[in-house]
Design a protein around this ligand. Structure first.
Ligand code: HC1
Ligand code: SF4
Length: 573
């Protein structure tokens, strides 16, 4: 331990701590901008590039960046001197001199860390007339917009993409004033190996990286003559409330359904219904592979960031992921066939909108194989943030809404489906069904604790009919890569693996309200998900009466011919 003194207060901290960490122990706030400590997901951005966190250290002439300066025995630090505060202001003023000043109409208005820092430092004028960087905006992808004029070179995106996700799409290129965080060969992002996981935009402090905003497309659809149905992903209901001042993890399912109806959608359905449907297909596929000597492990395939990652990085293993489409795509396929027939609406006159915690879902919905008979399964995807924007635009008092239910037949769901929204939930839901199908016995305790929580990789062994079934769960693409490399090398054997691209699973998706570095928000959303599961009377997908009805009236057997045609897909190297 090391003794230090900050602003006249003594404290002991572990050797190797930074000044910033020591100050935190004393509840002393030092402003930061580039720095981001997400150690729960093994990401610490310590670029020390912005110099916003400078402090005075006794005996040193130069100010020290608190985020990257380790403490030493007897160190005396002052964080609030005139010299330090002036230097911070100068740093921010210089950043603003090369930053578009369009805050009022910026995507990140009120959510921008540069904006709030400038406000905290009381900056009311830009003293420096600087040269402005000008880069073309990259709108090449369905998911992400890159506006490098707004980049402050904090390198957070680079750190998360390279170290957490191991995709290595982004890196700083050029020198001095011309430095920019770019792609290899300056390719448009759509042409890179980007998975569109959106984790870079989740940590971007400004609007340099944002989602492709589809709100106006949804308004146009609602105001057209088309029949517009909407579905909401499991993870949205435990995060949407944050946009309206509620605590993370508050379950707002009923208010969300009411808001969607008020916005003018013709029917308000639930992706959770389709998650139950996915379990019917995925558990059938698993049982089929297990009983017929098929390829194992089976990998879950509902996360489009993960799908794109394995297509690029593990193209020699494309025969192991499940062939199931993701739930929201299954929903679209069923809506435009079964539902359209029931409602007597032509598939081409129906528009399916998905509300997702994810920006990769935007890209996924444009994949050419995810459609049927010339129409796309899903037409428009918006994120949790974009739904909040629509609710605010429409002047709906969200907090005062009375709870409403989803419409049927595609709105009924079980506890198994809602846990899809958190890491471990998909495989837990599949086990609840596969166990009963294989043993013909009732599974009394449906909660698989070993598969829960935020550990990067989790494992469990479940004995089914005397056979030990080995399960693994991983989230974050770096963790997924490590696990898959072991499997490729024959160093690990499992029967089934769940993989989600985002840390925490969908609750930590790139389209969720910004966490601003507070990862406790993820745990609280997870708690919300499990509370919704516990509150359901039916907690196993195969017991969903509407799912039974769908198979009886339309699909026939799970994993049968019609199900294959509508609910399964293929992958491309
Ligand atoms: Fe997900 Fe899924 S759980 S992928 O994380 O399988 O986005 O919430 O909608 O499709 O159901 C996301 C969430 C979501 C799908 C489901
Ligand atoms: Fe990297 Fe994901 Fe961002 Fe693509 S979306 S650049 S893969 S972090």
């Amino acid at each position: 331990m090391v003794n230090v003194n900050i602003n006249g207060k003594d404290i002991q901290v572990p050797a190797g701590s930074t000044i910033l960490e020591a100050a935190k122990e004393l509840n002393i706030k030092i402003p930061t901008l580039c720095h981001l400590d997400l150690h729960d997901i093994k990401m610490v951005n310590q670029a020390a590039s912005c110099r916003v966190c400078v402090v005075e250290v006794e005996g040193r002439r130069n100010l020290a960046p608190a985020c990257a300066t380790p403490v030493f025995e007897g160190m005396k630090i002052k964080t609030d001197t005139q010299k330090a505060i002036r230097a911070r202001r100068t740093v921010v003023e210089l950043l603003l001199s090369d930053h578009p000043k369009d805050c009022l109409i910026c995507e990140k208005n009120t959510d921008c860390e540069l904006q709030s820092l400038a406000a905290d430092l009381g900056i009311r004028e830009i003293k420096y007339e600087g040269k402005m960087s000008e880069y073309p905006i990259d709108r090449s992808s369905y998911s992400i917009v890159r506006n490098m004029d707004k980049c402050i070179l904090c390198r957070r995106c680079e750190t998360v993409c390279n170290e957490v996700q191991t995709v290595n799409v982004l890196s700083a290129v050029g020198r001095g004033f011309d430095t920019v965080v770019g792609t290899a060969f300056d390719l448009p992002i759509h042409e890179t190996t980007c998975t569109f996981c959106g984790q870079c935009l989740a940590v971007c402090p400004t609007a340099a990286l944002t989602e492709v905003n589809n709100v106006s497309k949804v308004w146009d659809a609602i105001n057209s003559k088309k029949y517009v149905v909407v579905q909401t992903a499991p993870a949205v209901r435990v995060a949407l409330g944050e946009e309206f001042g509620m605590e993370p993890g508050t379950v707002v399912t009923g208010k969300m359904a009411a808001a969607l109806r008020t916005l003018g959608f013709d029917k308000v359905f639930d992706t959770d219904f389709a998650a139950d449907l996915t379990i019917m297909e995925e558990a059938s596929e698993f049982v089929h592979r297990l009983e017929h000597g098929g390829k194992l492990p089976i990998l879950t395939s509902c996360c489009p960031g993960w799908v794109k990652f394995f297509e690029h990085q593990f193209s020699d293993m494309l025969d192991i992921p499940s062939s199931c489409k993701s739930p929201h795509e299954m929903f679209g396929a069923v809506a435009k066939t079964y539902l359209a027939e029931k409602l007597d609406v032509k598939p081409e006159d129906m528009i399916v909108v998905s509300v997702m915690p994810c920006v990769a879902k935007k890209y996924e919905s444009a994949r050419p194989e995810l459609g049927h008979g010339g129409t796309k399964d899903v037409d428009i995807v918006i994120t949790t943030r974009e739904l909040a924007q629509m609710i605010k635009e429409a002047g709906i008092n969200f907090n005062e809404l009375e709870d409403q239910d989803f419409d049927n037949p595609l709105g009924e769901s079980t506890g198994a489906s809602v846990i899809f929204g958190t890491t471990g939930g998909v495989i837990e839901a599949a086990l609840r069904t596969a166990y009963e199908w294989l043993t013909k016995e009732t599974l009394e305790n449906v909660e698989f604790e070993a598969l829960r929580g935020l550990d990067g990789t989790k494992e469990a062994t479940v004995n089914i009919n005397g056979q030990d079934i080995k399960i693994a769960v991983t989230h974050g693409l770096g963790n997924a890569r490590a696990l898959l490399e072991k499997i490729r090398a024959g160093e690990a054997e499992y029967h089934a693996i769940e993989i989600m691209a985002c840390p925490g699973g969908c609750i930590g998706g790139g389209g969720q309200p910004y966490h601003h570095g507070d990862l406790s928000i993820l745990s609280r959303r997870i708690e919300g998900i499990y509370s919704e599961d516990r509150a359901k009377t039916i907690r196993k997908s195969h017991e969903n009466p509407m799912i039974k009805q769908l198979y009886a009236e339309y699909l026939g057997e799970p994993y049968g011919h019609k199900a294959h045609e509508l609910l399964h897909t293929t992958y491309t190297a």
